[in-house]
Design a protein around this ligand. Structure first.
Ligand code: MN
Ligand code: MN
Length: 287
């Protein structure tokens, strides 16, 4: 259910009905290289979701407000410092262990690393579709291998996924191009790829979607720390989400920075994407 009362009352309830999609806030941004802020994002996205300026229906007419299997779990309680990374992994695994699937709200993009660690234990043959302006494939940034610019290098080194496909990318430099070649990352660059060109051959589930909101053009999603012109429109991104093959078993929406989101527009975009992604995950979840 998508009303505010259910969010309070179901907070980390370990009593999730079978086939639940758990929406989990991961309020952590200590690995942001340029500016902090995304830790506050989950609360802003939920607020946009509950706003009576819109309704709880998806574009296909599925009313998520009437759907008891959508469970808003609130925010994880995280320690300060890098200990949070292991806590995120443990807490996500706890939710997965109950037979629920997880849609996580970041946080900066570092949170995807512990989330995918937990997801890969449940789905050993996972394919990740990563939509972002940035490939996040640095070996290290400013001496930090856990920077939000690095998670996909760690994910590939640890062998957590069988395939990584990146969309929306428009900041590739020589180092990250080398990293992509080294790890066999399939990059469909923003300058040359459109959905009409088709998704890569053989792309299938179980599929995990990692969505960095700066994949969108700053005209559509200004509230991010690293706005990068030349990106996707909201419509194009929604169409990509709709076109992803099934089953979509997990997802994250990261890098909303409420401090850069003066009109709350980006939080609204995130809330809409949350609805459409949650509905996709629900449809794909046959228990
Ligand atoms: Mn990113
Ligand atoms: Mn990015």
């Amino acid at each position: 259910m998508l009303d505010e009362s259910s969010h309070e009352q179901d907070r980390f309830s370990m009593d999730l009905p079978a086939g639940s999609i758990a929406v989990v806030g991961v309020p952590w941004d200590e690995k942001s290289s340029y500016m902090r802020g995304p830790a506050g994002a989950p609360a802003h996205i939920r607020q946009a979701l509950y706003s009576s300026s819109t309704n709880t229906s998806t574009e296909c007419g599925r009313d998520l407000g009437e759907e008891p299997r959508i469970r808003m779990l609130g925010d994880l309680d995280l320690p300060v410092g890098e200990a949070a990374i292991a806590t995120i992994e443990r807490q996500i695994e706890k939710v997965l262990d109950q037979g629920a699937r997880v849609l996580a709200l970041g946080g900066d993009h570092c949170v995807t690393l512990p989330i995918v660690r937990a997801q890969s234990r449940h789905f050993p043959d996972l394919t990740v579709v990563h939509i972002d302006a940035h490939p996040d494939l640095y070996d290290e940034l400013e001496g930090d291998r856990l920077s939000h610019a690095c998670p996909f290098s760690r994910i590939m080194e640890e062998g957590l996924v069988s395939r990584l496909v990146q969309l929306g990318i428009r900041t590739l430099n020589a180092h990250q191009r080398e990293q992509a070649a080294r790890f066999g990352v399939e990059i469909l660059e923003m300058r040359s790829w459109r959905l009409a060109d088709g998704l890569p051959k053989g792309l299938g589930g179980p599929l995990y979607l990692s969505l960095d909101l700066d994949a969108l053009d700053p005209a559509f999603a200004p509230g991010v720390s690293h706005p990068e012109p030349g990106g996707l429109s909201t419509r194009e991104l929604l169409d990509i989400v709709e076109a992803l093959p099934s089953p979509l078993v997990g997802a994250d929406i990261v890098e909303l920075n409420p401090l850069r989101d003066a009109a709350g527009l980006t939080a609204r975009v995130a809330a809409k994407l949350l609805k459409e992604i949650a509905a996709r995950m629900l449809e794909d979840f046959t228990t």
